[in-house]
Design a protein around this ligand. Structure first.
Ligand code: DGL
Length: 266
């Protein structure tokens, strides 16, 4: 098989990575994608580094066995904690969301005061802070774990009073620090973009690592001459638990592109 015709593998702890897949499809409509959501074992954001690394390795091995040409780690928590380890498993290029997100935030920020939000494990890892400081050593970075936002989004509560008050509570310290850019360091947060804008006002730029990652994947495919020149790519979905819920909740993230999902054993 010509390497260009191979699919791209994408994994996440569950459903949220569909925001990254959505951005990938918009940027690379000709590619075939195989998506794995580890729905049996989510959330990753509250787990230890060892457990997140093991799950991330297993997800990667499943996708690598499908003959993929590139692996995209859509989960911010896996990217923050296990990207180096995953990269050691294979010669296939591996792209996570941290560096593209950090680079987009650095570009968007004029003052260098950047807020980063994510799961507990992502924030505790310091991965976004290191990636931003590598690009802009004098940046002032303010971080906040927002564990309640993932269940709110999965419940479909992205624009009600409870969601707004929760977002306002989490963002208060960042707002007071005078950030001019907020980096959304979790797969689910793009669905709360409207609330972030409302709470922080129009002077704060909101940067979504999903869009930045899709651009990075596109660039890398071009550099490696692996891009597929056609327009009608496909998507297939695998989950480790509850395909029905994945399809139902997944529609909020990516519309009716997700018609069915195959359950694999873990
Ligand atoms: N996908 C995870 C992330 O982007 C959020 C959900 C979870 O904690 O598993 O960090």
């Amino acid at each position: 098989m010509d390497n260009r015709s191979r699919p791209i593998g994408v994994f996440d702890s569950g459903i949220g990575g569909l925001t990254v897949l959505r951005a990938l499809i918009a940027t690379l409509p000709g590619e075939d994608f195989i998506y794995l959501g580890d729905t049996a074992r989510l959330p990753y954001g509250t787990k230890s580094k060892e457990v997140i690394s093991r799950y991330s390795r297993e997800n990667s091995e499943f996708l690598l066995a499908k003959g993929i040409k590139m692996l995209v780690v859509a989960c911010n928590t896996s990217s923050a904690v296990a990207l180096t380890e995953i990269s050691r498993l294979t010669i296939v290029p591996v792209i996570g969301v941290i560096e593209p997100g950090a680079s987009a935030a650095v570009k968007a920020s004029r003052s260098g005061k950047i807020g980063v939000i994510g799961t507990e494990a992502t924030i505790a890892s310091g991965a976004y802070t290191r990636a931003i400081q590598a690009l802009r050593p004098r940046a002032e970075i303010y971080t906040r774990a927002c564990p309640l936002l993932v269940p709110l989004v999965e419940e479909g509560w992205t624009d009600n009073d409870i969601a707004e008050r929760t977002v306002a509570f989490y963002l208060e310290s960042l707002r007071q620090s005078g950030i001019d850019t907020l980096l959304l360091g979790c797969t689910h947060y793009p669905l709360l973009r409207g609330l972030f804008e409302r709470v922080l006002g129009t002077r704060v730029s909101i940067v979504d690592s999903a869009a930045a990652t899709a651009a990075a994947v596109s660039r890398r495919l071009g550099e490696l001459n692996l891009r597929r020149a056609r327009s009608n790519g496909s998507q297939s979905f695998f989950v480790t638990e509850s395909p029905d819920r994945f399809v139902r909740v997944g529609r909020r993230f990516i519309g009716d592109r997700v018609e069915s999902a195959v359950r694999i054993d873990r």
